[in-house]
Design a protein around this ligand. Structure first.
Ligand code: 4AD
Ligand code: MG
Length: 477
């Protein structure tokens, strides 16, 4: 008999004769009721065993965490809490669990504890719901771009250039750290390294995506990116996945439209397809909220918050306007910010971004036209000579969700910018070629996938929305 998923069985609802399911025991109550979960849904299947018909030795092995195979009849449930249950006819233990040492006991665990047991944490309701949401969002990303005529490309993970000019990169080398080959000047000789030059893990696929946009029109890359910045926050990972579309003949306004439409589309997708997981996560958050002081409680429940983003226009505000708002804000005047905004040109910290989104506008905000000197070299210079066509999308509870820009398409302006920042032309000759041969207005953005998952699940720490987080001092699993 073919095994069915619990999701399918519960969706069918009707009583079926013989069925077969495999899963892991969540609880075994009163020597009679097994709550079985197979990962296909947040819901457990109640399996009723008539203990008189089973060997005591077998019943003893039905413990939390064990993998079992159950066959029997799906019947209308006598009890509360489920519409159907399975009347067990045969039961096979596929894999025993040790109730003494199994870490995922049927009780509340802290997220910190579950992080240390990340290999088993998807056996809890919260983490299985989060990971199903991850999978759906990832699918929705590809679906959106595919439906809208974008080509998917895989940009390289090992690179010889530093796309963001940030300098926080992980080196890729096969040289012996104790005894590297040296140049005559006594420096490490990377000519003898694997690639014949210095190589790093990429911080962004943008520059390569630009090359394909300038021939294929609309492309996107969705892959792992790496940042060696030592920021131990709830929103930073050393390894995260970035979604980066890049479009020829599109200016910054088009870029804002695209990003907003994209975000609304993928969030609508999970509203429609992950209802049960969302309802579970929503309830979890409401309960968590009750433990917080009034001022820290979220003003909106999870599903309402997602709907709000889907149904309302994002507020578009220039950097200059934002600085005015911040300068005149209460926390700035009362010196409540850690960084007081004194003048135009200041880089915005997450406290400022969150003020704008959560206190002032109370909706997602697209900030644009930032000062040139706080943004990357490739952003298009405005006619004022001091701002660039950059945009950041800020989300409540998250801060920066998206960073993007219209790219500098004028060869001479780009060269000047690179010279000013000491970026050698030889390193990016191919990037400059795009400006020599058929250059055109083009734009794109980058969205951190895990930040999107944080928003959609209401999880407060980015370490809890990626299977195995990589952060400073941590690369377990
Ligand atoms: O703003 P960023 O640095 O932009 C770029 O890398 C551009 N090259 C993107 C482009 O235009 N194609 O990063 C983009 C997004 C951020 O808005 C944030 O969501 C996410 O990537 N991000 C991180 N997510 C998790 N951990 C980190 N350390 C992150 N750094 C950036
Ligand atoms: Mg950014």
């Amino acid at each position: 008999m073919a095994t069915q998923t619990i999701a399918k069985l519960l969706a069918q609802g009707t009583t079926l004769q013989e069925i077969s399911v495999k899963g892991w025991v969540r609880t075994f109550r009163a020597n009679r009721f097994i709550a079985l979960n197979d990962g296909s849904t947040i819901n457990n299947l109640q399996c009723v065993v008539d203990f008189e018909n089973f060997d005591e030795a077998l019943l003893k092995r039905i413990t939390t965490g064990a993998a079992i195979h159950v066959t029997g009849e799906l019947v209308e449930s006598q009890g509360k809490g489920q519409s159907v249950e399975i009347q067990v006819k045969a039961l096979e233990i596929l894999g025993d669990s040790d109730p003494e040492t199994y870490p995922i006991q049927p009780k509340k665990h802290t997220f910190e504890f579950l992080r240390e047991n990340a290999h088993l944490r998807t056996r809890t309701n919260t983490f299985s719901a989060v990971m199903r949401m991850c999978s759906s969002l990832s699918f929705a990303v590809h679906k959106y771009f595919n439906d809208n005529g974008f080509y998917n490309m895989h940009t390289p993970i090992i690179t010889g250039s530093d796309a963001e000019g940030a300098g926080d990169m992980f080196r890729v080398t096969i040289l012996d750290p104790k005894n590297p080959p040296l140049t005559e000047e006594g420096e490490v000789n990377y000519k003898e390294d694997f690639f014949g030059k210095e190589a790093n893990l990429t911080v962004s696929g943008q520059l390569e995506a630009e090359t394909y946009a300038m021939s294929l029109g609309k492309v996107y890359t969705f892959g792992p990116t790496f940042r060696a910045e030592n920021s131990n926050t709830s929103r930073h990972l050393a390894e995260f996945w970035m979604i980066e579309p890049e479009v020829a003949f599109m200016d910054l306004d088009g870029n804002m439209d695209l990003a907003e439409d994209f975000l609304k589309s993928v969030l609508s997708y999970v509203l429609e397809h992950n209802r049960e997981d969302l309802e579970f996560l929503d309830k979890r958050l409401q309960e968590h909220d009750k433990t917080l002081p009034q001022a820290e409680r979220s003003p909106m429940h999870l599903i309402d918050k997602i709907k709000f983003v889907v149904d309302n226009n994002f507020k578009r505000v220039s950097y200059t306007e934002a600085i005015d708002i911040l300068r005149n804000s209460k926390p700035n005047k009362k010196k409540k910010f850690n960084y007081i905004i004194e003048e135009w040109g200041a880089d915005l910290q997450s406290e400022h971004e969150r003020f704008l989104v959560e206190k002032h506008f109370k909706c997602p905000v697209i900030l644009f036209d930032y000062p040139a000197n706080i943004k990357a070299f490739y952003m298009r210079l405005n006619e004022d000579g001091k701002t660039v066509r950059a945009m950041d999308i800020l989300f409540p509870g998250i801060g920066e969700m998206v960073g993007g820009s219209q790219r500098e398409e004028r060869l001479e302006v780009l060269k000047q910018k690179m010279a000013a920042l000491n970026i050698p032309e030889e390193e990016l000759w191919w990037y400059l070629d795009l400006r020599k041969y058929g250059t055109a207005v083009h734009s794109g953005f980058g969205l951190g996938f895990e930040r999107l998952v944080m928003f959609a699940t209401g999880m407060g720490n980015i370490r809890d929305v990626i299977p195995y987080p990589r952060t400073p001092q941590n690369a377990e699993f």
